[in-house]
Design a protein around this ligand. Sequence first.
Ligand code: HOZ
Length: 428
Amino acid sequence: MYEKSKELFERAQHSIPGGVNSPVRAFKSVGGTPLFITHAKGPYLYDADGNRYIDYIASWGPMILGHAYEPVVNAIRERASQSTSFGAPTELEIDMAELIKSMVPNVDLVRMVSSGTEACMSAIRLARGFTGKNKIIKFEGHYHGHADSFLVKAGSGVATFNIQTVPGVTAGVASDTLTCSFNDLEAVKQLALSHQGEIAAIIAEPVPGNMGCILPKTGFLERVRKLCDEENIVLILDEVMTGFRLAPGGAQERLKIQADLVTYGKVIGGGMPVGAFGGREEIMRHISPLGNVYQAGTLSGNPLAMIAGLTTLKVLKNNPSVYGELEEKTIYLKQGLEKLLVQSKFPFQINQLGSMISIHFSDHPVVDFATASSANIDRFRKFFHAMLQKGIYLPPSAFESWFLNNAITKKDLDYTLEATEESLAEID
Ligand code: HOZ
């Protein structure tokens, strides 16, 4: 079934570390061979062996409208014929910035970059430059990309591979990153107060998706917001996963919370390598060339990336019903999964908001990294493979959210539920 993928994986390992260009893709924690994808259309991925899968990863978030969405493909094709990069300003970048501002009211100024990592890395540098303070607080199991400052108790691949300390991150850098448990207000307060006057920023995924999907407890983010105001700390919401996915204005709109700085990636690029950070003018004015906090990039604002992102965001802005449709599909899936999991007698938790959802095989609520880590990872591994064999492509890690795309149909969801029923009967 996976012969060609096996062959390609074997070949890849001679020239690419671990055969992949991003660790979670290697299937290392679930075992087996990563699928090598040839193409995708709508909700379906096709691998090198010609197998078809219903895709619940959506490229880890970006493909919210489905794969090879025609307006995006056409726009890229047209732009590509006018050259693929200039390293000089274009009107497209202004269109993009104006569109973002119209969708996210508390973004006064926005800088385009090429990835979510770059966006978060730049946002904390800016917060440090703005406040003159060095330390940041991040939450255990949250993942803000792979910049040194974030690889402390990080989620995503770091959690998947259970890496405690990342070699290469100096003790000096790590000591400026303080961590505490998500959803635990007392812990955040204690940490901030025991380092009073030293904290430049608190950075958080508003709806964490890098330890499975986790929901913020009612009032938690609002209280963190208040703490930031009281202690002159910059609140950075990392909306790389949630931005333009949970609502046109992202988690900020959905949860009615406002950050000082916000970071984006994934959906904002419509499947191209794009990130962005933006926020209050008072802070953003410190970015070079307006201010001295240096930040740059040859491919920042790249025309192909801009046109793919712009086309995607315009569709979302002009058709807000997409969000209702996505949520309806995700709730349908959730209710179906719940029914089957109850029948299976496996303890489980399903966390879901909008089009983000995940299953933890656990008998206790999963609200933070400790509770996510104590779920039954081995059962997830078996479930993952049983589903894959039936043509359902889930994230190959229990520490990742699933993302629905709007090309998924009710028929696809029903098939997914049939596959779930069979898979649950096969595993122990
Ligand atoms: N860190 C990404 C998910 N949270 C994985 C990206 C990838 O492997 O493509």
